[in-house]
Write a protein of this length. Structure first.
Length: 255
């Protein structure tokens, strides 16, 4: 393949691409590296790869490079790229050894801006925290997604109220996903487990999917001992991960 064609293709990448020697000298890079970093080609020629990153992350970059050199394996690391103007940008970097003749000649690196992904994760964490502080039994947290939090035990009366509230809210909002968080359920007995299953079945009858969140190792062990099966029900260990699944089902783009 023509070298110019390869170079053109690399320049079209949104990611930064670069090659450097084991001694730390840049050999090649695509147009994104100077565009993002603010350093001209002549400046990059005189720099080492670690100098592109903020002081607190340089050790992590050095460790990743050492791993590639010593173990000859691809290594990933997250670090803040520091531009010439002092701006820090969160990047996920992947570095791999180039060994055309079984000798390490260079290291190739690809870096992806993960600013948006980290912001999405922060928003999910904030949303999960806000939801856990809500006192309403059933709330619509996103278009088509509702959530309820079970606290303490789930007796017959409480289960009936929970099911009724969930079904009413699903009908009113046309929700497609119902999140049921049981983080605050300290213990689970046979009756509580059965009430939970009945609630799930009722929600499914209205055509909504269910995500159970906050299942602790102790609760999981109890479910197994009781012979309770949650076949076809999505389960996640935390509310944040449950939110991620529910929003993904609703077509909300999360990287």
């Amino acid at each position: 393949m023509d070298d110019d064609l390869i170079a053109t293709g690399l320049d079209e990448l949104e990611d930064i691409f670069y090659i450097f020697t084991p001694e730390g000298d840049f050999v090649e890079w695509n147009e994104q590296l100077p565009a993002v970093s603010g350093y001209a080609g002549e400046e990059l020629d005189s720099m080492e790869p670690t100098e592109l990153f903020s002081g607190g992350d340089q050790d992590a970059i050095e460790d990743a490079v050492d791993t590639v050199i010593d173990r000859r394996i691809r290594t990933a690391v997250q670090a803040n790229l520091e531009t010439k103007g002092g701006r820090e940008i969160a990047y996920e970097l992947s570095m791999s050894p180039l060994e055309p003749n079984d000798e390490l000649e260079a290291i190739v690196g690809i870096g992806r801006d993960i600013t948006d992904r980290l912001e999405q994760e922060r928003r999910l964490q904030d949303m999960a925290q806000e939801i856990q502080e809500l006192s309403m039994p059933v709330v619509e947290i996103w278009d088509g997604v509702i959530l309820t939090t079970v606290v303490g035990s789930l007796d017959t009366q409480k289960a009936e109220m929970l099911t009724e509230d969930l079904l009413d809210r699903i009908d009113a909002t046309e929700a497609a996903v119902a999140l049921i968080d049981i983080t605050e359920v300290a213990a689970l007995d046979t009756a509580t487990a059965q009430h939970l299953i009945d609630t799930i079945n009722a929600v499914n009858l209205l055509g909504a999917d269910v995500v159970i969140t906050g299942i602790s190792p102790e609760i999981a062990q109890t479910l197994v001992q009781l012979g309770v099966r949650l076949d076809g029900v999505e389960t996640q260990s935390s509310l944040m991960e449950g939110l991620r699944v529910a929003l993904t089902w609703q077509g909300v783009g999360l990287e």
